[in-house]
Design a protein around this ligand. Structure first.
Ligand code: DX5
Ligand code: ZN
Length: 220
C-alpha cells in the first residue's frame, strides 16, 4: 500500500491553515515539504518561518526534501523544525555518507534524492545506510511539470538494487505524479508517491488523495 505525500509547494499559501487541515482529514500518509534555495535549483520556495508555522498544525509526518547546496549546515535546524524524514540530493554534497549519519544522529530518518540524470548505481554504496530514496521524476525546481517516463526503468533498477543488496529503504517518486502514472509506479514497487499539482489543483483534493490511495490498494 503506497503512502501518498501531497507536496505543500502546490498549496494556496494565502490559506495555509485551511490547506493543512485538508491534509489532516485526508488519507495522506505524509506531508512533503520542498525547500529550494535558488542555487541548487532555479527557484526559491520557503524556509524555516513557514515550516515552523505549519509544523504544529500538521498531524502527519513531515517529509522534507532539501534542494539546497550545503545541506550539512542545516540538519539540526530541520530536526528542530520537526522533520521526520530529511532528504538531501546526492548531487549537492561531496560527503554523502557523513551527511546521512549526521541526519540520523539528529533523530531523523535519512533520505537521498537523485535527479533524473543520476544513475541508480550511484546509490549502491549508501543503500544500507538510508531510509528513503527520493527518485526525481522531473527536474527539481518547480511543481506542475511533466512526468519523465524513463523513471519507470530507473524504478525497476532501484528495486533490483534493493533486493540484491538486502537494503530496506523506501522508494519515493517525486514529480508529475497523477492518476495515469500512479498505477504503474505502484505496480513497479513505489512505496511513496509525492503529488503536488495533481492534488491541490483538483476540485476535491481530499477525494483526489483518497482516489490515489485506493488505487494503490487495488494494485497491491
Ligand atoms: C519538484 C519538487 C516536487 C514537486 C511535486 O522540484 O521536488 O516535490 O513539488 O509537484 P508536482 O506533483 O506538481 O510535480
Ligand atoms: Zn519534492
Amino acid at each position: 500500500m503506497a503512502i501518498i505525500a501531497p507536496s505543500l509547494l502546490a498549496a494556496d499559501f494565502g490559506h495555509l491553515t485551511r490547506e493543512v487541515e485538508m491534509i489532516n482529514r485526508s488519507q495522506a500518509g505524509w506531508l512533503h515539504i520542498d525547500v529550494m534555495d535558488g542555487v541548487f535549483v532555479p527557484n526559491i520556495s520557503f524556509g524555516f518561518p513557514v515550516l515552523k508555522s505549519v509544523q504544529p498544525l500538521v498531524q502527519k509526518p513531515l517529509d522534507v526534501h532539501l534542494m539546497i547546496i550545503n545541506p550539512q549546515n542545516y540538519v539540526q535546524a530541520f530536526a528542530d523544525a520537526g522533520a521526520e524524514y530529511l532528504s538531501v540530493h546526492i548531487e549537492a554534497t561531496a560527503h554523502l555518507h557523513r551527511l546521512v549519519h549526521q541526519i540520523k544522529e539528529c533523530g531523523m530518518k535519512a533520505g537521498v534524492a537523485i535527479n533524473p540524470h543520476t544513475p541508480v548505481a550511484s546509490l549502491e554504496d549508501i543503500a544500507h545506510d538510508i531510509d528513503l530514496v527520493c527518485m526525481m521524476s522531473v527536474n527539481p525546481g518547480f511543481g506542475g511539470q511533466k512526468f519523465i517516463p524513463h523513471t519507470y526503468t530507473k524504478l525497476e533498477q532501484l528495486k533490483a538494487l534493493r533486493n540484491r543488496s538486502g537494503a530496506s529503504f523506501l522508494i519515493e517518486i517525486d514529480g508529475g505524479v497523477n492518476a495515469e502514472n500512479a498505477p504503474k509506479l505502484i505496480a513497479l514497487g513505489a512505496d511513496v508517491l509525492v503529488a503536488g499539482q495533481f492534488v491541490f489543483s483538483s476540485a476535491d483534493p481530499v477525494k483526489t488523495i483518497s482516489d490515489l490511495h485506493e488505487l494503490s490498494a487495488a494494485v497491491n
